[in-house]
Design a protein around this ligand. Structure first.
Ligand SMILES: [Zn+2]
Ligand SMILES: [Zn+2]
Length: 391
């Protein structure tokens, strides 16, 4: 039976605005996941399991006799950003805001679940994954650690993110690298602080820290192969000095991005060499703490082609674009791709949309129907009776 699309659009818009007004930070998505689970039960899905990886929800829909399984993933968490503006569904959770459009991603995946539960049109199993804590890169890993791959196995996975700057009704993806790895670093410099009038009687760390910040800029410009993409950004320099006392401790914090593990490894190696060299030069001690928060997101080439083919059922021919360059943003969807192939795609949020993570950002409700239909089109294409394991 065909679902009334006008009704689905107004329902998804209501859900999206409800979620927007009630944002929850990563691993605190209790009311969000309860809302999601209650909707999924209402739609009559075969199995709805809450509490996967903390606050995650996984629902299953089976049709026909096919033994293949496709996963569709949305993220549910919001950010600690105070929302600006006066929209009627403005955040009621002070200081927390859906500034990345995960409210929209959740609503469109609920829409797809309703659409596929009602209309079917596929043969096999669909897993609807609503994951927590994408923003701090922990939610997908939490679900994996909780056994999602064994408890709810699937052969392929797809995810959608909205994209400010891209017109509504436009679709973009690419084969291979699409989102970067994110590494964090902290360099601690230890010396001997003291009186500002007597620098020679100690080993203060601020001049060394400033030299180190400058030297770190040479990792990308002088140490990486120019054909590789890398970003090293120092974002904080904190010392224990005061106006008339030289610091004995400095902490330099920052963030590095790359698209290949070899590049990430090279950035860390060069950072350690430069930190140790600088410490030696200034007769202080340096400690480097380097962590990998997000892995690079690599779309499977064959499944990217399948996503383009599914998009052709949803978008106008001139609205389907091959993304030329990867983005130096990160996504923990990439963690699932360590286990199964998949594809991550972008959906237009409008040319006038404020950027993601901006206090004036809002998900564009006109995109909801495209997202729901795209999820459904991917399922119908990949679970069309005898779809081969690899296209
Ligand atoms: Zn985000
Ligand atoms: Zn996001």
């Amino acid at each position: 039976m065909a679902l009334d699309m006008g009704r689905l659009v107004s329902e998804m818009t209501q859900w999206r605005r409800h979620l927007h007004a009630n944002p929850e930070f990563g691993f605190e998505e209790k009311r969000t996941s309860a809302f999601v689970a209650s909707k999924l039960r209402e739609f009559g899905l075969d199995e709805v399991v809450e509490g996967v990886g903390g606050t995650g929800v996984v629902a299953t829909l089976r049709r026909g006799s096919g033994n293949r399984s496709i996963a569709l993933r949305a993220d549910m968490d919001a950010l600690r950003i105070p929302e600006q503006g006066s929209r009627p569904y403005k955040s009621r959770n002070e200081g927390v805001m859906h500034a990345c459009g995960h409210d929209g991603h959740t609503a469109m995946l609920l829409g797809a679940a309703r659409l596929l539960a009602e209309e079917s049109g596929f043969d096999g199993t669909v897993r609807f994954i609503f994951q927590p804590a994408e923003e701090w890169g922990r939610g997908a890993l939490a679900m994996i650690d909780d056994g999602i791959m064994q408890r709810f196995p699937f052969d392929e996975i797809y995810g959608i993110h909205n994209m400010p700057g891209l017109p509504v009704g436009h679709f973009q993806t690419r084969s291979g690298a699409i989102m970067s790895a994110e590494d964090n670093f902290e360099i601690v410099l230890r010396g001997i602080g003291g009186h500002a009038a007597r620098p020679h009687s100690g080993n203060e760390v601020l001049v060394a820290a400033c030299a180190l910040v400058t030297s770190l800029q040479t990792i990308v410009s002088r140490r990486l192969n120019p054909t590789d993409i890398g970003v090293v950004s120092v974002t904080e320099l904190i010392t224990d000095g005061t106006r008339n006392a030289l610091p004995g401790l400095a902490r330099i914090l920052g963030d590095a991005r790359s698209f290949r593990p070899e590049v990430s490894a090279e950035i860390e190696k060069q950072m350690r060499i430069i930190a140790e060299g600088t410490a030696l030069m200034y007769n202080i001690a340096a400690e480097v703490i380097y962590t990998r928060e997000f892995v690079p997101l690599l779309n499977d080439p064959a499944l990217a082609e399948e996503a383009f083919a599914a998009a052709a059922d949803v978008f106008e021919p001139g609205s389907i674009e091959v993304r030329q360059e990867p983005m130096t943003g990160s996504e923990d969807f990439a963690r699932f791709l360590d286990y199964v192939p998949g594809c991550f795609v972008f959906l237009g949020n409008g040319q006038d949309s404020p950027p993601l993570h901006n206090p004036n950002y809002d998900f564009n409700d006109d995109g909801l129907i495209h997202g729901a239909r795209l999820h459904a089109a991917i399922v119908r294409r990949r679970l069309a009776g005898n779809a081969p394991i690899r296209p």
